[in-house]
Design a protein around this ligand. Sequence first.
Ligand SMILES: Nc1ncnc2c1ncn2[C@@H]1O[C@H](COP(=O)(O)OP(=O)(O)OP(=O)(O)O)[C@@H](O)[C@H]1O
Ligand SMILES: [Mg+2]
Length: 393
Amino acid sequence: MRILYFTGKGGTGKSVVSALTALRLAEYGHRTILVSSDPAHSIRDVLNGEVGRDPTKITSNFYAINIDPVLEAARHYSVILDYIASVFKARGIDEILAYEIASLPGMTGIATMLKLDMLAATEEYDVIVIDTVPSGEALRYLYVPAIMGKISRRFMKIIYPLADIGKIFEPVVGIPAPSKDIIKREIELLEMIERVRGYLVNPDITSIRLVANPDSFSIANTRRTYIQASIYGLNTDLIIMNKILPEEVTDPFFHEWLDGQSRYINEAVNSFKPVPIKFLRLFKKELKGLSQLRLAADELYGDEDPIKIYHKGDLINIEREDDYLIIKYPTPFLSKKDLEIERIGDELIIHLYTDAGPIDLVVPLPTITFKMNIVKAKLMNRYLYIYFKGDQG
Ligand SMILES: Nc1ncnc2c1ncn2[C@@H]1O[C@H](COP(=O)(O)OP(=O)(O)OP(=O)(O)O)[C@@H](O)[C@H]1O
Ligand SMILES: [Mg+2]
């Protein structure tokens, strides 16, 4: 199975590019499903047809589904959410506020990921193509499984002893005991999260494809996403530069646009190296309907099968050297920029000040480092090296 995850700034062409990719995949005989969580029903517009909450057949081998993240979150979380809220309510906190506090970060995002788990489990699809919502931080949803896993585990630590001594405990601290059902759900959720994480960080399964336009904002955004993806161990295998003004445009009005465009294309080629870039021109009108999408797919992919892995980059590495344990993070965009590292519990917070603006990265530390101290960090040849040394008190 393959998962192709398209992301990029709003309006760059994520829906169009993911739809034309799905169409091309289906034409190659791969059983393909296009997943969208955009409440604006952009997939319907792009495909020129209704797409339901269940897999809807578009054409041979090509299915599409429109998911409602809020609905999904409610389905998966309501039992747990009710319980957490009841804990706060028992402490005299107002109900509305109790639900606000109880709601876990990224809940709707993780719901999308859980849908992915369900689709994968059906084994009915060879490729799952994900079209993301127009959010600057859409990729954040991909990190949620890792973060959620952590929260979940912490939550379990609280919940388990309560469940064991249940009723005895209750009158003492005034916390309602969780039911068996809650614990069962929580375990299921944890397992799903772990599974999805497994898919996402496997470069043979998941490819991140970044859709950009030749303008400064979009390229900066794409860089940022690429850095984050690479540090979180997600493999970006292709950049798609969409809406390229064709050379046939000679109207003087567009001269500066054309100039800027070739500058940005160069810049992109340099900064994303060695990740390959494909280009798609701006068409004369909006790309809508299967025949238009087919035309654009021809231009973008030629006779290539988009299921292929276009590039496999470095992931996070752990090495040993003398007394040191070195964690090597690929940071392809960073040169000698300012960098601060802070360790909070079992996580490393890396504050980066990049050309693309400040970025905070949360990197979970491997268990082996728990009893170690960070002794130094350096940035070299596009890698961030963090040196740990054993516990010396
Ligand atoms: N290469 C192209 N040529 C002409 N029109 C294009 C091209 N790519 C995208 N479009 C048009 O640009 C608009 C935005 O495209 P699309 O909806 O795919 O972007 P998006 O990134 O999914 O947007 P959102 O962030 O809102 O989800 C649409 O009207 C689409 O038809
Ligand atoms: Mg879209």
